[in-house]
Design a protein around this ligand. Structure first.
Ligand code: SF4
Length: 80
């Protein structure tokens, strides 16, 4: 698995050193990220339609969940 570095420190999967500690993540377009529910995440990756982006600013991490959220377990993603 590749190393994933991330600076979003209020994410449940973030750990010290700007490391993502999720066992899998889903990166998608901002448009898809805004329209799909939080429960639609990396475990559903084969169901995502391919989504275009013009620049890195058009993409987002769909796996982000606030560390204080009540929905941490609803995306099916685990910490490593
Ligand atoms: S799940 Fe996404 S937002 Fe959260 S630490 Fe990993 S890469 Fe960053």
């Amino acid at each position: 698995m590749p190393n994933i570095y991330c600076s979003v420190h209020n994410c449940h999967y973030w750990k010290k050193g700007n490391v993502c500690d999720a066992n899998e993540i889903m990166v998608t377009s901002d448009k898809m990220g805004e329209s799909a529910p939080d429960s639609f995440d990396a475990p559903d990756h084969t169901s995502f339609k391919p989504t275009p982006a013009s620049t890195c600013m058009d993409t987002c991490c769909k796996t982000f969940v606030d560390k204080n959220s009540q929905n941490i377990d609803k995306d099916g993603v685990m910490r490593l």
